[in-house]
Design a protein. Structure first.
Length: 163
């Protein structure tokens, strides 16, 4: 398996966002990568599943823990989650930023922060020593804007007002 670079990690996060959309959720996807290897992946599930903690980043951490538990004892899973790169299509919310800090991610690589930019989460991550790399991927921006046009009831969740 080839090591996952930034472009590959963002592409996998976008795959997850599309999977979430197909299931009726907000178009946010995330993957965890450590030393070039995919550890976990996830997408928002809270709209379809009713669990308000089922954000993409949280789901990626849950998936990674499940996968790691197949080969590691429970006490070793915690150490294995530390130092990951988190690839996500959107800037993490405060809940997800807290998890990222808790597991001491190395970097958070974000597809775009135009459609959703929660207050001060970038500062929070950087204040805790986590590098934040922001991209401005036009395709992801267009995907989210199109989704929001079809789901105007979700605009307030993005800090936007319906027209």
């Amino acid at each position: 398996m080839n090591a996952i670079e930034d472009a590959g990690g963002l592409a996998l996060a976008l795959e997850e966002a599309r999977a979430g959309m197909a299931a009726g959720n907000d178009p946010v996807g995330a993957v965890l990568v450590r030393e070039g290897a995919l550890l976990g992946r996830g997408h928002n599930r809270f709209l379809a599943g009713g669990d308000p903690t089922s954000h993409a980043e949280m789901e990626a951490y849950r998936d990674a823990a499940r996968r790691l538990r197949l080969t590691l004892p429970a006490h070793a899973v915690e150490d294995a989650l530390h130092g990951c790169d988190v690839f996500t299509t959107a800037l993490p919310c405060t809940m997800c930023a807290g998890a990222i800090v808790r597991w001491q991610a190395r970097r958070v690589i974000v597809s775009e922060a135009q459609t959703y930019s929660p207050a001060r989460t970038r500062d929070y991550l950087e204040d805790h020593g986590i590098a934040v790399v922001l991209h401005r991927e036009a395709g992801v921006i267009a995907l989210v804007e199109d989704w929001l046009a079809r789901h105007p009831e979700r605009l307030p969740a993005y800090g936007l007002r319906p027209a």
